[in-house]
Design a protein around this ligand. Structure first.
Ligand code: ADP
Length: 354
């Protein structure tokens, strides 16, 4: 009851109402007429997490202190976070034919995200990540993408009208690159805001993608990779953001872990970028897995809530305020174990004054 009350006071959509609304859409309209604010086109991964004193060296075996099994994947994490904040969200993704498939779909769905466009593939495995988290909260990850590799251009084309009716699309890199290309291209051509999180940064990325993106959010490694430049100082970070802006996006955000985030915005080619450094609150991190996803899902929500539209002028402060909130929410998530499992809900944010 408290949660419902707090959500209402805070002006967020209540989770239960949202699930009800989505189900109603399903019954009345079928896929093509569903009207979502946010489409997350991305990965679904089961996270198998070992908490250790230190990461093993090659050939070494270390004892874990704790083991946990979480629902994750960059796409699913981001969709869950945006939905928890009240954004009408649908997930497009692929799972395999195994025990992790249903666990993940039901976790995503319980968080209010529409899962009717998630494909279940026979003779494939759901994505699995083997993660170690050391006592300072840092993680190392091996991800086996499995079915996620099959989320491709055909999925984007099959749900073309759903994508084109949304307000924003959010993509990452744990799927087939052609899928991202087609999803972002379709969205851009139809006036849907395109938000790309090039994570995890890797050499497969098609640099052509950047010209379809309105918003890019990258961590330090990913930004170095996109800009093809090392980042050793604040000046380097600005230079990387400037190089990425020149490739097409209007907003570039570089997340800097415990240091917060750098925001660069430029809406006209001729203008100088507008800069803003946003500090993260000082917290004691126990697990940073999924912090960047928490950030991206929250940012998508707050950009949509602010009525953000890249054709507007004078939206600098709206964007900076949305990033400020995303930084604060991601800082909450690192104080708890897991990715989705660590994300706060509206009631907690209301109590904390966010
Ligand atoms: P990723 O998880 O993608 O590597 P970052 O490490 O840059 O991304 O973290 C994303 C966001 O999570 C940061 O901008 C910050 O808001 C929050 N965050 C991450 N680590 C910490 C930390 N140790 N203390 C406070 N906030 C953190």
């Amino acid at each position: 009851v408290n949660t419902i009350l707090l959500n209402t006071i805070n002006g967020f959509t209540n989770q239960n109402n949202q699930i009800y609304e989505n189900q109603t859409y399903l019954q009345i309209n079928g896929h093509n007429n569903k009207n979502f604010e946010l489409i997350v086109f991305g990965s679904i991964v089961q996270d198998l997490v070992s908490y250790v004193d230190r990461t093993p060296k090659p050939g070494e075996s270390v004892r874990g202190n704790l083991f946990k099994n979480f629902c994750g994947g960059k796409g699913a994490n981001q969709a869950v976070m945006a939905s928890k904040l009240g954004t009408r969200t649908a997930m497009m993704g692929c799972v395999g034919d195994d025990i992790f498939a249903e666990t993940n779909i039901s976790s995503i769905s319980q968080n209010g995200v529409d899962t009717s466009m998630i494909e279940k593939l026979k003779e494939s495995n759901t994505g699995v990540a083997c993660i170690t988290v050391t006592s300072d909260g840092e993680n190392s990850i091996i991800v086996n993408l499995g079915a996620n590799k099959c989320l491709g251009a055909k999925n984007a084309r099959n749900y073309r009208s759903v994508i084109c009716n949304a307000k924003m699309i959010l993509c990452q890199q744990e799927i087939d690159e052609d899928g991202n290309y087609e999803a972002l291209r379709l969205a851009r051509e139809n006036g849907v805001t395109t938000f790309y999180n090039p994570a995890p940064g890797n050499a497969d990325m098609n640099p052509e993608l950047l010209r379809f993106c309105d918003v890019i959010c990258a961590n330090e490694n990913e930004a170095e990779f996109l800009a093809n430049r090392q980042m050793l100082s604040d000046e380097d970070a600005q230079e990387c953001a400037r190089i990425i802006l020149e490739k097409g996006p209007k907003i570039v955000i570089i997340t800097l872990g415990p240091r917060g985030a750098l925001v660069a915005q430029r809406y006209e080619i001729s203008e100088e970028p507008h800069w803003c450094w946003i500090k993260a609150p000082k917290v004691s991190a126990v697990d940073t897995t999924g912090a960047g996803d928490c950030f991206c899902g929250s940012l998508a929500h707050f950009l949509l809530e602010s009525g953000f539209n890249t054709n507007q002028k004078d939206i600098y402060s709206k964007v900076n305020q949305a990033v400020q909130k995303a930084v604060e929410i991601a800082a909450i998530s690192v104080q708890r174990h897991g990715a989705q499992a660590s994300y706060p809900d509206c009631a907690e944010l209301y109590e904390k004054g966010i």
